[in-house]
Design a protein around this ligand. Structure first.
Ligand SMILES: [Zn+2]
Length: 216
């Protein structure tokens, strides 16, 4: 999960029609959340994601509250718990310190790298609840979790491979070479907030100084 900058003004149809299904609502959610599901960071297509209420409608959440609407892939929306936990959850559009409050990393489990989530500070209930939610969504041991973990792993392999290519170009051809500059530009796109799964991917490459400086 990454922080996002949500547009300050709600889309027109949300207030006017009291509907959250308007094209302007969906377009703005897609743009503000960088074309990704806010829970798993997988890419979402403009016409097919689901508009989710972070705080459920039946549990105190505002049905037409712009700050309570989020773009989620169908599988994440279906797998989420419907009850809002005591103490609440982090909101990526509101809590801009969430990347410091939740630790998101990959751990080796039985030869496989799997996502892990935890609070950075014990006692931070919102972060604890959010980390638990993310852990459950990624590690349910069902087919969708398996597919999600595989997609994250593939992404990691590609990023690491490109990082090695960039380092090799740097050492062999120098920092002004075309090969280094090209590899660096590609890697910058791959670790950008707009790319899939970057909250987790960044953790795995953050030890490489030439990669870390590319984080936006
Ligand atoms: Zn998702």
């Amino acid at each position: 999960m990454i922080k996002v900058t949500r547009s300050a003004i709600p889309p027109t149809s949300l207030a006017a029609r009291k509907s959250y299904a308007g094209d302007d609502v969906r377009d703005q959610l897609h743009a503000d959340f960088l074309g990704k599901c806010y829970l798993c960071e997988g890419p979402i297509v403009r016409g097919s994601f689901e508009v989710e209420h972070r705080q459920p409608k039946g549990d105190g959440g505002g049905e037409f509250d712009w700050n309570n609407l989020f773009p989620a892939c169908r599988t994440c929306n279906g797998a989420r718990r419907r009850k809002h936990p005591p103490g609440g959850l982090l909101n990526p559009g509101e809590h801009h310190d969430l990347e410091q409050r939740i630790r998101q990393w990959m751990s080796k489990v039985g030869g496989q790298e799997l996502p892990e989530f935890d609070t950075a500070s014990p006692g931070d209930t919102q972060a604890e609840n959010t980390a638990r939610e993310l852990q459950e969504l990624h590690r349910e041991k069902d087919q969708r979790s398996t597919d999600l973990c595989s997609a994250i792993s593939r992404c990691l392999v590609e990023v690491r491979s490109k990082a090695l290519e960039m380092y090799a170009s740097y050492q062999q051809d120098g920092p002004n070479s075309v090969s280094y500059v090209q590899a660096r530009a590609e890697l910058r796109r791959m670790v950008s907030r707009k790319a899939p799964y970057t909250a987790l991917v960044r953790y795995c490459v953050s030890d490489f100084p030439l990669v870390r400086v590319l984080f936006d």
